[in-house]
Design a protein around this ligand. Structure first.
Ligand SMILES: [Zn+2]
Length: 436
């Protein structure tokens, strides 16, 4: 089976379906058509749904029995621009196997990670033994951050008994993982104005309001304290991790190690010990950029900053946006004006006790011989928030590893990860059949 999968994957990887830096529209379409054809050739139905940008692939493979549960499988067929090409050992769209790894752009993110789910569903459908109805959902703009697929999930009234996403990481080379939660995001642009134009500090310094100082005061009101905790209004609603999750975190590498790997220094005395809590389960705020003034004797009139908050599972991104704006405005000195604009993405959280999560735990343990770690992702994945809003338990897993070098030259995927993906897909469909 692995040979057939590998053969299929090579075909898909040869299509240079780049979506970033302008993208390759004909290749994106070809990659979508390739996936749709897999479904129809296996006897299922599939269509390309058009809109702005690359099409959504929406297909259906029906189970052998009518009253089986419906499992939605999600993946993305677009890839990152492979530049700089000179750094690739073999060309990015000519898949090559070396030392147990398949090298190509998209081999891990996400064609190689996702394809086992589709491959097994097609094979079982052909054999007449598919234990669940499988709804296929693939998008071609994941790497560019579009929201069209989320709108599709929110609008699809049929719903599903669960969603399976292979677009994530293993805990380590042997241990699979299930991401039970993702953080949301508030990304804010701030502009503080203190005067119509810059002034000479020899004439007005000491009396005129300085925009940099005003911005500094406003930011001081939202930064974490010496204990690393954000102000209370930015912590409202945080959902504490369950005892089951905390126990699973014991097997994670120590925070000191995780920081040291990239040369990072702990933000405060308890930051390293609380690494996993801080980066996945509570809100955090980073000032990403500041620009203002000039190295001359001026009293600057304008100062701007880009600030982002990772919103914790349980919190509302919209509420956190309002709290952030309120704290900033309250701290601003009289006379300063603040222009505040922010984009929001909601967090997601699926309880460890959900029947679909239990079924996924059993399946991944069967497939890998080790129970999966229950972790949270500190990043933002809006489609999970859409599944959560629709009441569809989503299982975010996958067989990527840090060595895969996604988004970088020489991206690769272990052949062993492909095999684990195959076994996991088989076991997941079988275990999910017990949901109904
Ligand atoms: Zn990616």
């Amino acid at each position: 089976v692995i040979d057939a999968l590998l053969d299929d994957l090579r075909h898909w990887l040869r299509i240079p379906s780049i979506s970033t830096n302008g993208g390759d529209q004909p290749a994106l379409r070809a990659a979508a058509e390739w996936a749709a054809q897999r479904v129809t050739e296996a006897g299922g139905t599939c269509e390309l749904q058009e809109g702005d940008g690359p099409p959504l692939v929406v297909g259906e493979l029906r189970a052998a029995r009518e009253h089986a549960p419906t499992v939605l499988i999600y993946g993305h067929y677009d890839v990152q621009d492979p530049e700089p090409l000179a750094l690739w050992t073999t060309p990015p769209f000519e898949p090559a196997v070396r030392d147990g790894r398949l090298y190509a752009r998209g081999s891990s993110d996400d064609k190689g990670n996702f394809l086992p789910l589709l491959h097994v569903a097609c094979a079982r459908h052909r054999a007449g033994t598919l234990p669940v109805h499988v709804r296929v959902l693939l998008e071609g703009e994941e790497e560019t951050g579009s929201s069209r697929v989320n709108e599709w999930v929110l609008a699809d009234e049929r719903g599903a008994d669960c969603a399976l996403l292979f677009d994530s990481w293993m805990q380590n080379e042997r241990t699979p993982a299930i991401d039970l939660a993702t953080r949301g995001m508030v990304a804010a642009d701030l502009v503080v104005r203190a005067a119509p134009s810059d002034m000479h500090s020899g004439l007005y310094g000491g009396a005129a309001l300085n925009a940099v100082h005003a911005l500094h005061r406003a930011l001081s009101a939202v930064l974490p304290g010496p204990d690393g905790r954000l102000p209370e209004p930015l912590r409202a609603g945080i959902a504490e991790p369950s005892p089951e999750e905390l126990a699973s975190w014991e097997s994670l590498p120590p925070g000191e190690e995780a920081l040291a790997e990239v040369g990072g220094r702990p933000a405060d005395a308890t930051a390293a010990a609380e690494f996993w809590l801080r980066t996945t389960a509570v809100s955090s705020l980073d000032v990403n950029a500041i620009s203002a003034g000039a190295p001359r004797t001026i009293v600057p009139a304008l100062a701007s900053a880009h600030v982002s908050v990772r919103v914790a599972p349980g919190q509302s991104a919209v509420a956190i946006r309002d709290a952030l704006e309120g704290l900033l405005r309250d701290a601003l000195p009289a006379g300063a004006e603040l222009d505040f604009k922010a984009d929001c993405a909601e967090p997601s959280l699926f309880e460890a006790g959900l029947p679909a999560v239990k079924a996924a735990q059993r399946a991944l343990e069967r497939a890998c011989g080790v129970p999966p770690a229950l972790v949270r992702s500190g990043g933002t994945l809006p489609i999970l928030a859409a599944f959560a809003e629709r009441g569809i338990p989503a299982i975010l897993s996958g067989f990527g590893l840090p060595d895969d070098a996604i988004h970088a030259p020489d991206e690769s995927f272990r052949l062993e990860s492909l095999e684990l993906g195959l076994r996991a897909a088989e076991a997941l469909y079988e275990e999910m059949a017990t949901l109904r």
